[in-house]
Design a protein around this ligand. Structure first.
Ligand code: B12
Length: 249
């Protein structure tokens, strides 16, 4: 159905890149009135509203996946675009993240109880010396929403902590975040430590954070780079497929 929620229609106008407009537009076309209301409540950071609407949807028999895809993640996709394009800033992202959490609180237990096979296991941390975790947490939330099991190693994570966690959780993907130019080199150091531990072939490494670029990621030998949480999920999806293909061959 077309977008009937006036607020959501206005929010959708912020999505101007043709590829994104097509992708998000197609998702919203599949969202009914209740899902559109939920997406709009999430974008505007109304966590109590998202909490209420998620419960209402579950009561009405919506599946957890439908709520996730057409309510919560549809809204979060627009939040991601607005944040990237400097239409909203950190405080608005944080309130939207809180609203997402309110909805996820109802949806997550159902997804795990239903025994939905996780897409893969990821360990994710902010590198040594760096205490910024807002972006990392956003990525983790989106990755979990997309069906991954994610172990959060927190901030100020030393290379050997990443190495130990790969072993402990049998991770397929490693995600590293850095927000300071001074801590970016610790991503490369962590990749070296993974190599030295003999685990480099077992995992794929993706990196991100405001100062990180594709060039920097290539230079340090990462397998993937993402500019935002949406791209983080895209990279994870690509890398997990590549890794599985490699293992099968
Ligand atoms: C909030 C903030 C803080 C908060 C952090 C709170 C927290 N819990 O995270 C506090 C106040 C603690 C802080 C402290 C400091 N900060 Co600060 N901080 C910021 C600020 C304003 C916003 C960062 C943020 O959260 N952005 C929002 C999130 C959503 O974006 P993001 O992190 O980039 O994440 C997105 C992408 O990068 C990507 N991504 C992130 N991680 C990953 C990982 C993977 C695998 C992938 C694929 C993608 C990905 O997806 C995310 C979601 O879309 C930035 C300015 C800025 N515009 O970046 C400065 C900034 C990063 N800080 C800066 C500085 C200098 C500091 C301090 C050194 C200040 C001081 N003198 O004490 C300390 C350092 C503390 C430390 N050791 O880490 C500088 C860094 C400059 C530089 N070139 O290195 C910046 C750029 C501000 C500036 N312009 O000077 N900071």
């Amino acid at each position: 159905m077309p977008i009937v929620n006036e607020g959501l229609q206005k929010e959708f106008e912020y999505v101007t890149r043709p590829g994104e407009r097509k992708h998000i537009g197609e998702t919203l076309d599949q969202a009914d009135e209740l899902m559109q209301e939920m997406a709009y409540a999430l974008i505007t950071g109304k966590h109590l509203e998202v909490d209420r609407l998620t419960r209402e949807a579950l009561d009405k028999g919506y599946t957890a996946n439908r709520i996730l895809d057409f309510g919560l993640l549809a809204g979060m996709a627009i939040v991601g675009v607005k944040f990237r394009d400097n239409i909203i800033f950190v405080p608005e992202v944080l309130v939207a993240a809180r609203a997402m959490k309110a909805g996820m609180a109802h949806v997550e237990p159902i997804l795990s109880a239903a025994g939905v096979e996780p897409k893969g296991t990821i360990i994710m941390g902010t590198v040594k010396g760096d205490l910024h975790d807002i972006g990392k947490n956003l990525c983790i939330m989106m990755l979990r929403g997309a069906g991954y099991t994610v172990h959060d190693l927190g901030v100020d994570t030393a290379p050997d902590e990443f190495v130990d966690a790969i072993d402990e959780y049998e991770a397929q993907l490693v995600g590293m975040s850095a927000l300071l130019t001074t801590t970016m080199p610790n991503m490369g150091r962590t990749i070296n430590a993974i190599e030295e531990a003999g685990l480099r072939d077992e995992v794929r490494v993706m990196v991100g954070g405001a100062p990180v670029t594709q060039e920097f990621a290539d230079e340090m030998g990462a397998d993937g780079y993402g500019q935002n949480a949406v791209e983080c999920v895209d990279r994870a999806n690509e890398l997990i497929v590549l890794l599985e293909e490699l293992r099968r061959s």
